[in-house]
Design a protein around this ligand. Structure first.
Ligand code: NDP
Length: 483
């Protein structure tokens, strides 16, 4: 497959190259080999993208929602038709196994384009009667929306931000992570092939400073970031300076509680999905697994047996279900945390070693006997490192689950109906699961509370974050004034 893109950037409906920017090598995580080079956007490229977006946005907003939606739905169809090639590219970009990318990346991007495409025609204001006077509201776009992506779900993030923004009549400038710059260009290409007018979805490459230049530009009305909490704090502060709208999808250290009455196989499945899918590089992962002490050994034994069946290897092999880490850097972060966990006295119950082969491979890792104060129970690792903690009492475990600055996701496994809902209500998290983990359908709001973020992606809720209401007061009679 041709992994070198036609050019680094996509601006005003066309690929654009400018090799005076800093070169960014794209590395295939399964081999460590360079598969492409793109160039970071220079100030002139950033300027060109924002100018194109600004120019195109008005006419797009003036189109009917039905017309806008039709283009997004057509783009969804093209993405689905090309799912195989897009999934292979995503695997090259991220190292995630094809077994995953073929069902979770372009497909979920297509879901977002289809969902918001379908919704575009339904976006309306309301009529508010006030005696004989009345107010009507107009749902208007924000203008130019900047999306800044993380590296773990490059296609999905490009679509989760682009689809609702475009449905509402905005223009988009998207900056992918420098680690995974390839897929967003394909999203731009497909949108334009589907009929999106030039200038409405632009992609510029670059590191943090390109993101920062976009966030502080006066032509930008909204910033949506998917990234870590420290970056989120910086971007939120910079956006506040310009009084811009924000969506912040940030990190987490989410809890998963397994009660003694849970179906153990399902709980183990949830723990595997919530810790080892995408080699653990998922923001909403339930990395603090609180297991009731009565079932702890049984849980750990089943977990180890199930992990023994993981197929670790070439991510292009459709039977591989655990691939490399995205980069050597990210693998080192995870291995360093494992060393800290051992030094703090947690019991290494499974794996946790680097694998001696080309690429950035490590074993999935489970720590048992973890306590709340350990670093591996407090900080986001963003790798395949599960911390299992013991508990005995419902009130105590809920308080411990919530005792974190983060609040992205949380899960509970139990067969006690009322307890399940009581715990879900008590979780300080934006996205909760009962007897499952990490499902993220486009129909459901996704996002965090506390330090994990601001705003919601997906669902009808995303519309509130990509549009604003104008209210128009209409007086029917004469107007009196005091003098
Ligand atoms: P980072 O926070 O390092 O980077 C996120 C993006 O922000 C990158 O494109 C980065 O550019 C850019 N950036 C960095 N500094 C600035 C700045 N000052 N101004 C503007 N943009 C900037 O996150 P990672 O890419 O390492 O992704 C991992 C993190 O993302 C984890 O914490 C994870 O939890 C979180 N995440 C959250 C999700 C959610 O939906 N809540 C989903 C997925 C991940 P570059 O890296 O190219 O320099």
């Amino acid at each position: 497959m041709q992994t070198q893109p036609k050019a680094s950037h996509f601006i005003d409906g066309a690929y654009v190259e400018d090799d005076s920017g800093t070169p960014i090598d794209v590395i295939y995580p399964a081999t460590g080999e360079k598969i492409a080079t793109v160039y970071a956007a220079t100030p002139a490229i950033v300027d060109r993208a924002l100018d194109a977006a600004r120019r195109a946005q008005g006419a797009w907003a003036a189109m009917s929602g039905t017309e806008r939606g039709r283009i997004l739905r057509r783009a969804a169809d093209i993405m689905r038709d090309r799912n195989h090639d897009l999934s292979v590219l995503e695997t090259y970009d991220t190292g995630k196994p094809y077994q995953e990318t073929s069902v979770a990346d372009a497909t979920s991007g297509a879901d977002a384009l289809e969902y918001f495409g379908g919704m575009a025609a339904t976006l309306t204001g309301e009529h508010i009667q006030l005696g004989e006077d009345w107010v009507y509201t107009r749902r208007e776009p924000l203008g130019v929306c900047v999306g800044i992506g993380a590296w773990n779900y490059p296609t999905q993030i490009a679509c989760w931000k682009g689809a609702p923004a475009l449905a509402c009549g905005n223009a988009v400038v998207f900056k992918p992570s420098e680690t995974t710059p390839l897929s967003a260009l394909k999203v731009a290409e497909i949108l334009h092939e589907a009929g999106l007018p030039a200038g409405l979805y632009n992609v510029v490459q670059g590191m943090g400073e390109v993101g920062a230049a976009l966030v502080t530009d006066a032509r930008v009305d909204k910033v949506s970031l998917t990234g870590s909490v420290p970056t989120g704090r910086k971007v939120y502060a910079a956006a506040a300076e310009g009084m811009k709208h924000v969506t912040m999808e940030l990190g987490g250290k989410s809890p998963m509680i397994v009660f003694e009455d849970a179906n153990i196989e399902n709980a183990v499945s949830g723990a595997i999905l919530g810790n080892f899918y995408s080699s653990g590089q998922v923001c909403s992962n339930g990395t603090r697994v609180f297991v009731h002490k009565d079932i702890k050994e049984q849980f750990l034994n089943r977990l180890a047996a199930r992990l023994d069946a993981a197929v670790i290897g070439d991510p292009m092999d459709p039977t591989t279900n655990f691939g490399p880490m995205v980069s050597e850097h990210q693998m080192k972060i995870a291995l360093d945390y494992i060393a800290k966990g051992e030094a703090e006295g947690a019991r290494l119950a499974y794996g946790g070693k680097a694998i001696d082969r080309p690429g950035f491979y490590m074993q999935p890792c489970v720590f048992a006997d973890v306590t709340d104060d350990m670093v591996i129970a407090r900080e986001e690792i963003f790798g395949p490192v599960m911390a299992v903690l013991d508990f005995e009492d419902e009130t105590e475990v809920l308080a411990r689950a919530n005792a974190t600055e983060f609040g992205l996701a949380a899960g509970v496994f139990t067969n006690n109906l009322t307890r399940a809902h009581r715990i879900a209500a008590g979780f300080e998290a934006g996205t909760c699961y009962i007897n499952t983990y990490n499902d993220a359908p486009v129909e459901a709001p996704f996002g965090g509370v506390k330090a994990s973020g601001v705003g919601r992606e997906n669902s009808k809720a995303a519309i509130e974050h990509y549009s604003q209401l104008k209210s128009v007061y209409v007086r029917m009679g004469d107007l009196e004034a005091p003098f």
